[in-house]
Design a protein. Structure first.
Length: 494
């Protein structure tokens, strides 16, 4: 406001002087020079700002006890961190200090949590940043930020009277990708070089000992110079949790939530194969939100089960398909469920015709045990379950629909997996040099033979499909138990 008044008064004075016959040329020169100086000062300020995105220094209250399902990773990490804690022994034995630890694994598995817990465990200052923060259009800014990062770690440790600092770089693949690949400019390479220089400069006798922890999902993208001994010479794998890990994580995230007595976390853990820690945290949270929406004071088992669907498939949609379309969706899902139950009794967890995310309806299978290896028979059975939806539509309604597009895509992928793993009639082959027509024929044979089996089985089940379809249309959603009660006597006779 004051600025505007000043400007207005100045301008009025200049006009007055000009009208009174004074020569205002020197005044105009002075104003121009002042404007240019102001502009330069501002742009320097902006430049200074680009250098000034300070890394985040945070206090850590997270300990290894707050991380579930990662015992192997925690033990490996602790072993490495003991180097920091036993400094005297290290110096006596002449051991080279550990400079970097790389945490690798899928998103949301707890890599950031592990880094925070590591800072707590070693009583270090924790400085966090992400690889993307180093990449700028301006040459030299990234390298400057790397220097600033290490300096911040040292200064913060001295200020807090700590002897060590942990620098955590998330998404290191962005800044540490293979050099020479970004042809447009060398900014990436300069930034990486600076990181290597800083790491090489770390000494065991430094006043503040620095350990760099970095996380990535793409270790294959990293420049080999980063992985050589003396830099990130330890790699800790942070994998998706197994069933007992999932249960531990669920327990951790339900600690502060009122659970009803019917909640069976073991069952939830069993149904969530492939979920990361972040998914499980979200599951517990969504369960609580659903309970609140219903006005409950406790979270029941069904809230957590519904939260699984929400996380897997997305939010429920208000879209209400026409009756005919609903019937088709129901027939499709019952087809999947019948074949799944025939192949592995007890495998159907739930089927519904409520649209969620991209799906108009879906059937959820209960994973038997966490499986990491699949036999040919298992994969063929999966193909049968996938094809069963559209086969049921054809048998009961006379034709198929586009609703099976995703199933077919997956069935073809699974058949490709059989070929790639050397389990097809071709034996062990290199799929990349397989002639296209031969690959097509074998793929086709696998799919057709499974489709034939499904047709034979569901062909005798038309009435059962219609029977379950009617219940599903009335209820919208039926559990595995309800489904088995409805179909038990028919499936027994097969
Ligand atoms: P990204 O690779 O995407 O950066 P990340 O592996 O670093 O992911 P985190 O940021 O550590 O994952 O985890 C995200 C959230 O998920 C955590 O704040 C926590 O709530 C939950 N979480 C993830 N893994 C675990 C775990 N093992 N135990 C408990 N909670 C977990």
């Amino acid at each position: 406001m004051l600025k505007e008044i000043g400007l207005g008064t100045g301008l009025a004075a200049v006009i007055f002087l000009a009208l009174s016959g004074y020569d205002i040329t020197p005044l105009l020169f002075v104003a121009l020079a002042a404007g240019m100086l102001l502009y330069l000062a501002r742009s320097r300020g902006m430049l200074a700002k680009t250098f000034n995105t300070a890394p985040v220094v945070c206090r850590q209250e997270i300990g290894f006890g707050d991380i579930g399902g990662q015992n192997t990773a925690i033990n490996e990490l602790k072993e490495a961190l003991d180097f920091i804690n036993n400094q005297d022994k290290i110096i006596k034995l002449g051991i080279r200090p550990l400079k970097g630890i790389l945490l690798t694994g899928p998103p949301g598995t707890g890599k950031t949590l592990l880094a925070k817990a590591a800072a707590n465990y070693t009583d270090s200052v924790f400085v966090a940043c992400s690889g993307s923060e180093f990449i700028e259009m301006y040459a030299g800014v990234g390298a400057q930020r790397v220097r600033q990062l290490f300096q911040t770690a040292r200064d913060s440790a001295l200020k807090q009277k700590k002897e060590s600092a942990i620098i955590f770089i998330d998404e290191i693949d962005i800044l540490g990708g293979k050099r020479g690949q970004n042809a447009s400019h060398h900014e990436y390479d300069q930034t990486l070089n600076q990181l290597l220089v800083e790491m090489d400069g770390l000494q065991v006798k430094d006043k503040v000992r620095i350990l760099v922890l970095a996380a990535t999902n793409r270790v294959d993208m990293l420049d080999p110079a980063l992985l050589r001994p003396g830099r990130f010479d330890r790699q800790v794998k942070v994998d998706l949790p197994d069933k007992s890990g999932r249960m531990e994580i669920l327990r951790l995230h339900c600690r502060n939530k009122p659970l009803a007595s019917d909640v069976n976390l073991e069952e939830i853990a069993r149904e969530t194969f492939g979920f990361s820690g972040a998914h499980l945290e979200s599951l517990a949270n969504e369960g609580a939100i659903l309970a609140m929406r219903e006005g409950c004071t406790e979270i029941s088992h069904r809230h957590l089960v519904e939260a699984i669907d929400k996380i897997m498939m997305g939010e429920k949609l208000d879209r209400r398909p026409a009756r005919e379309e609903l019937e088709r969706v129901a027939v499709h899902e019952v087809g999947h469920a019948l074949v799944s139950e025939k192949i592995r009794p007890g495998s159907v967890s739930m089927l519904t015709i409520t649209p969620r995310g991209q799906a108009l309806g879906y059937m959820r299978q209960l994973p038997e045990n966490d499986a990491y290896l699949y036999t040919r028979e298992y994969l063929e059975n999966q193909i049968q379950v996938l094809l069963a939806g559209s086969v049921a539509e054809e048998l009961v309604l006379g034709d198929r629909s586009t609703g099976a597009g995703n199933d077919i895509e997956q069935a073809i992928k699974t058949a490709g997996q059989i070929i790639r793993s050397g389990m097809s009639e071709l034996g062990v082959v290199d799929p990349d040099i397989l002639p296209a027509d031969l690959r097509y024929r074998v793929l086709n044979d696998i799919i057709r033979s499974q489709e034939k089996k499904v047709k034979e089985f569901l062909g005798s089940m038309r009435e059962v499909i219609k029977h379950v379809m009617r219940t599903l249309l009335a209820e919208e959603k039926i559990t595995g138990e309800q489904f088995r009660a409805l179909t038990r006597k028919y499936l027994k006779t097969v």
